[in-house]
Design a protein around this ligand. Structure first.
Ligand SMILES: Nc1nc2c(ncn2[C@@H]2O[C@H](COP(=O)(O)OP(=O)(O)OP(=O)(O)O)[C@@H](O)[C@H]2O)c(=O)[nH]1
Ligand SMILES: [Mg+2]
Length: 682
């Protein structure tokens, strides 16, 4: 349902108003020239910008004509240009509004019936996406605008799912780089923009959430420009078009003070600025498989962009990747294109368009579907290396086998191997012993989402704590560990706590600036190892007010010992049922994870000890019968509410000598019997 802005657009009228005028005005509109005045006045990147502006002036060309909207194929020097199609990916930092922008584009394209109840963030269709309020998987859709089909790829913004973004950029010719009108570029903006620039994609900057009262659009544009310079963008890339949007209200404009009543300015900018796909229509078929989906009846669905030639329903094809000895053979059973929020069955798809096809049960991401008569696989898809590893094993706890439908190492192996097919940033290696697997990913959330999915599917297993993946420096032979940029936004009164906490964990402060809405923004460089388990600590220290964003920036020489958890665990002393009588005493030692009536076992972590080191406690103790007379006097115990042990919580909590037992109905933390830790006895 469309909502309307209730707050006024408070973006100040630009000091450089003409620079923010509509893009189809004379060439003074470009961002480079917007910055020219600033160059004359001096500034941080004066030298760079001066070089850049000089080059721009030399190359000054008349403004581009708007592309014809009608479906057309132009042949330019042997290459065809599909004027009827634009392929764009929406990229941004987490929560900057990508999926909401897709909602707005779908609504404007009248994809839904006028009386149809439409959920918000409709592309976030899987359970965990809706529960967590974030996009996890990239997804395709398409809309039509004045005769042009715009294929849209929504991508996740959370750093842990960066592999999804890298992968799908292959399908796009241009990207909409969304930037929050208050926050400006954030760590993941840098990551996704770097990927887009490396792949030479056309970048259209969309300053979103202009309805926010604290919007500072001009600052956001300057920051984005600086980021581009920093990332070594070419002059052409720096000369980006900026569109302003309030995705939530379904409006866009070429200036924050001249917003249209709908998304037309954005659609116009896409059609005008993103190049139509350049393709070789008559060449043999090449389609790089970029994504996989499953359908209970149709089986594996391969998704990708047809690079050259035409793919037809019923065609016999081969699929392979560079270096493969023997291409695999297959037949296209069904073929679909994305159209107006639906997959539409078609008989053929020509180069330039994005399609989904069935019939190839063994096809993998990164393989190219080719004409059997001319097999030329495209370069396969590479994504960055994982940084965090966890051990997944068969559950060995005293309660093993009580809940799960899938509990054996064979079950685990099959499931993890299946995951590898579409989760490109994941790695699975054999662990120590036949019953365990080393699973590596881009962060605890990346692995946490997989574990939660497996839990919901009926798997029962145990995992060890997340560990960073270290490397050896080839020149010095020294140990290297992953390093991240961490940006914390926190209200003034809690800055001290953040500085203390980050300091304890060997973080180096890089910058401290005013953040959005009266907060302070502190930028750090910090080893990934020090970030494991930091979120709970930071939320506790800042009374839930701090927002932490991180992105891996590279590797650094190992920084030495880092203490990541101050408190020890309260460890169950015997197997049995928890009693209120016992908890009444135990709760004086810390915070509890369990409540009366629950079954626990010896070695289970039943709470957080208020001191360091572990403490053995008996949570099953019953009042001795000889004390019965005193019962009336004691009255019922007043127990504090236990901390719910969710999977996310457990992954943050786990110490080196602890394990997390995961079953369809429960998550328990326990001491790892193999680590030989010896809790003291209460
Ligand atoms: N005020 C305001 N809020 C917006 C706007 N667009 C999106 N939001 C809100 O921002 C939050 C995040 O929106 P999403 O669309 O999920 O952001 P996203 O970029 O897709 O997030 P990830 O996929 O997790 O990276 C939601 O609460 C939206 O309602 C906007 O134009 N104005
Ligand atoms: Mg999203």
């Amino acid at each position: 349902m469309a909502t309307h802005i209730t707050s006024p657009l408070v973006a100040k009228p630009s000091r450089r108003a003409p620079h923010y005028a509509p893009h189809n005005a004379p060439s003074t509109q470009t961002i480079g020239q917007r910055c020219a005045g600033e160059i004359a006045r001096g500034g941080a990147h004066v030298q760079q910008r001066r070089r850049w502006t000089a080059a721009l002036a030399a190359a000054a060309a008349p403004p581009a004509e708007a592309a014809p909207a009608a479906a057309a194929i132009d042949v330019v020097g042997g290459e065809s240009v599909r004027e009827d199609i634009r392929n764009v990916a929406i990229i941004a930092h987490v929560d900057h509004g990508k999926t909401t922008l897709v909602d707005a584009m779908l609504k404007q394209s009248k994809v839904f019936r006028s009386n149809q109840a439409v959920e918000v963030r409709i592309m976030d269709s899987n359970d965990q996406e809706r529960e967590r309020g974030i996009t996890i998987l990239s997804k395709n859709t398409a809309v039509r605008y004045k005769g042009t089909k715009i294929n849209i790829i929504d991508t996740p913004g959370h750093a842990d799912f960066g592999g999804e973004v890298e992968r799908v950029l292959n399908m796009a010719d241009g990207v909409l780089l969304l930037v929050d009108s208050v926050e400006g570029p954030m760590p993941q903006t840098r990551f996704v923009l770097r990927k887009a620039l490396e792949l030479n994609k056309k970048v259209l900057v969309v300053v979103n959430k202009v309805d926010r009262p604290a919007a500072r659009c001009e600052w956001v544009i300057d920051q984005t420009f600086e980021l581009m310079m920093d990332l070594g963008a070419s002059d052409e890339q720096c000369d980006f078009t900026a569109v302003y949007a309030s995705a939530i209200s379904g409006i866009a404009g070429m200036s924050p003070s001249a917003m249209a009543e709908d998304m037309e300015p954005l659609f116009d900018a896409i059609v005008r600025d993103v190049s139509p796909p350049k393709v070789q229509m008559d060449a043999p078929l090449q389609m790089l498989v970029t994504n996989l989906d499953y359908d209970e009846h149709k089986g594996r669905i391969a998704i990708g962009r047809v690079q050259s030639g035409t793919v037809r329903k019923g065609d016999s094809i081969v699929f392979t990747k560079p270096g493969d000895e023997k291409p695999k053979q297959g037949r296209i059973a069904e073929l679909f294109v994305y159209d107006q929020f639906a997959r539409t069955a078609v008989d053929e798809v020509a180069a330039g368009d994005i399609c989904a096809l069935t019939g190839l049960s063994a096809v993998s991401i990164g393989e190219t579907i080719c004409d059997p008569a001319d097999v030329r696989p495209l370069p396969t898809i590479e994504v960055e290396e994982p940084t965090v590893r966890m051990t997944f094993s068969v559950n060995t706890s005293p309660f093993a086998g009580q809940e799960g439908k899938f509990v054996t190492s064979r079950n685990l192996k099959d499931r993890l191997e299946r995951e590898l097919e579409r989760n490109l940033a994941l790695r699975v290696e054999p662990g120590v012993g036949a019953e365990s697997f080393e699973v590596s990913g881009r962060g605890s959330l990346h692995l946490g989402v997989l574990m939660e999915t497996m839990k919901r599917e009926g798997y029962e297993f145990e995992v060890g704590p997340p560990q960073v993946i270290t490397k050896i420096d080839p020149t010095t032979g020294g140990k290297m560990e992953p390093m991240e940029e961490a940006v914390v936004e926190v209200p003034e009164e809690h800055v001290g706590q953040v500085v203390d906490l980050m300091g304890q964990r060997k973080a180096q402060m890089v910058d401290m600036t005013p953040g959005s809405d009266g907060t302070t923004r502190i930028k750090y460089e910090i080893p990934t190892r020090a970030l494991l388990g930091i979120r709970n600590a930071m939320l506790t220290a800042t009374k839930g007010t701090a927002v932490l964003n991180t992105v891996v920036t590279g590797y650094t020489p190992y920084v030495g010992e880092i203490q990541t958890r101050e408190n020890g665990s309260l460890v169950g002393f015997e197997t049995g049922q928890v009693t209120a009588y016992a908890l009444d005493t135990v709760q004086q030692r810390g915070r509890l994870f369990v409540k009366p009536g629950e079954q626990v076992y010896e070695g289970q972590v039943v709470g957080i000890y208020q001191r360091s080191g572990d403490l053995k406690v008996n949570v099953c103790k019953r009042k001795a019968l000889t004390n019965m007379r005193a019962a009336g006097k004691d009255g019922p115990q007043v127990l504090s509410e236990p901390i719910p042990v969710t999977l996310d919580y457990a992954l943050e909590y786990l110490a080196d000598d602890e394990l997390c037992e995961i079953g369809p109905n429960s998550v328990r933390i326990r001491k790892n019997p193999k680590k030989n830790s010896k809790p003291t006895k209460a």
